[in-house]
Write a protein that binds this ligand. Structure first.
Ligand code: FAD
Length: 306
C-alpha cells in the first residue's frame, strides 16, 4: 500500500514523486510512458536554467532523478480507474492489477488534437508545431499558418504576428469563435490574414514544411499556401476519461483543482496539463506537481492522527 501513488510520468508526475519520496513516505508512479509529452519534443529552449535541451534528454534526466529515490516506478502501465474508498483509494490498472494508496496524484497530461491530414505526422517537428510559446521563436521572420479560429488559435496568431513575417489563420467555419476582444486585436495586425470556410487537406514539404493545401468550403476549390510553419490549434485533450466518474472536470475534460492541486475528492490531487491550471508548459507542470505532492503530504499527516 502506497502513501502517495502518482498516475503519470511526465514533468508533473516526476516532480510529485520526488517531492513525496523526499518526505520518506511510500511512493509509487504508474506511467503509460515515462517522460510524457517531453518524449515527443525536439528542442526545448524555455526550461529555465537550461539554455537549450532536447526532449528525450530531459525525459532521461527526469527518470534518473526519480530513480535516485525509493520510488516504485511501474512504467508501461495504464490506469483504468481510480476508486475512492473509506480510507484511501484503489487504482485499477488496465492489465487487471489493482494498487492501493492513501492519496493519489493524477498527472496524466494532455495531447494536442491533430488535423489528421497527410503530411501532418511526417512533418511534426519539421514545421508542424502545436505550441506557440515553445516553437514560435523558431519561425522568426518566416511565414506560418495557424489552424483554428477559437481562442487558442487567435491568441497564437496574435503572439506569432509579433515574431514571424506573416501569419495566415485558417478557420473551418464561416466565422471565428474567439472572444470579440481577441478578434479585434487580430484584425488590427497588418501581417495577419484570416481565411474562413477553409478545410486543411494536406501539409506539403521536402525536408521541412513548404506549404499547405486547403479546400475553400464555399467554392469547393483547392488552394495552396506557401509557408514554413503550421501551428495546429484545434484543441488540447486532457487524458482524464478514466476518472470521469470519480472527479469533477470542466467541459473540456480538465480536472478542476484549487491552488493546492486538490480535486473535488479529498485526498485526490492533480497536477499539470490534465488540470485547469492555465498554460501548459514543462516548468509549470513541474511546479504544480511539487505543489500537489506537498499538499498530499499535508493531507496525510492530518488524516493519520489516531
Ligand atoms: P505529460 O507530459 O503529458 O505526461 C503525462 C504522463 O501521464 C505520461 O507519462 C503519460 O504516459 C501518462 N499517462 C496518461 N494517461 C495515463 C493513464 N491512464 N495511466 C497511466 N499513465 C498515464 N513545454 C515547454 O515548456 N517547452 C517546450 O518547448 C515544449 N514543447 C512541446 C513540444 C511538443 C511537440 C509537445 C507535444 C509539448 C510541448 N510542451 C513544451 C508542453 C509540455 O511537454 C507539457 O506541458 C508537459 O509535458 C506537461 O507535463 P505533464 O506531466 O502534465 O503531462
Amino acid at each position: 500500500e502506497f502513501d502517495v501513488l502518482v498516475v503519470g510520468g511526465g514533468p508533473a508526475g516526476a516532480a510529485a514523486a520526488i517531492y513525496a519520496a523526499r518526505k520518506g513516505i511510500r511512493t509509487g508512479v504508474v506511467a503509460e510512458r515515462f517522460g510524457g509529452q517531453v518524449m515527443d519534443t525536439l528542442a526545448i529552449e524555455n526550461f529555465i536554467s537550461m539554455t537549450s535541451t532536447e526532449g528525450p534528454k530531459l525525459a532521461a534526466a527526469l527518470e534518473e532523478h526519480v530513480k535516485e529515490y525509493e520510488v516504485d516506478v511501474m512504467n508501461l502501465q495504464r490506469a483504468a480507474a481510480v476508486i475512492p474508498h473509506e480510507r484511501g483509494f484503489e487504482v485499477k490498472l488496465e492489465n487487471g492489477a489493482s494498487l492501493k494508496a492513501h492519496s493519489v496524484i493524477l498527472a496524466t497530461g494532455a495531447r494536442w488534437r491533430e488535423m489528421n491530414v497527410p503530411g501532418e505526422k511526417e512533418f511534426r517537428g519539421k514545421g508542424v508545431a502545436y505550441c506557440p510559446h515553445c516553437d514560435g521563436p523558431l519561425f522568426k521572420g518566416k511565414r506560418v499558418a495557424v489552424i483554428g479560429g477559437g481562442n487558442s488559435g487567435v491568441e497564437a496568431a496574435i503572439d506569432l504576428a509579433g515574431i514571424v513575417a506573416r501569419v495566415t489563420l485558417l478557420e473551418f467555419a464561416d466565422t471565428l469563435r474567439a472572444d470579440a476582444v481577441l478578434q479585434k486585436k487580430l484584425a488590427s495586425l497588418p501581417n495577419v490574414t484570416v481565411i474562413t470556410n477553409a478545410q486543411t487537406t494536406e501539409v506539403t514539404g521536402d525536408a521541412n514544411v513548404n506549404g499547405l493545401v486547403y479546400t475553400d468550403r464555399v467554392s469547393g476549390e483547392s488552394r495552396r499556401i506557401e509557408l514554413e510553419g503550421i501551428f495546429v490549434q484545434i484543441g488540447l485533450l486532457p487524458n482524464t476519461d478514466f476518472v470521469k466518474d470519480t472527479v469533477e472536470r470542466t467541459r473540456f475534460g480538465e480536472i478542476v483543482v484549487d491552488a493546492r492541486g486538490q480535486t473535488s475528492v479529498p485526498g485526490l490531487f492533480a497536477a499539470g496539463d490534465c488540470t485547469t491550471v492555465p498554460f501548459k508548459q514543462i516548468v509549470i507542470a513541474m511546479g504544480e506537481g511539487a505543489k500537489a505532492s506537498l499538499a498530499a503530504f499535508d493531507h496525510l499527516i492530518r488524516e493519520s492522527v489516531p
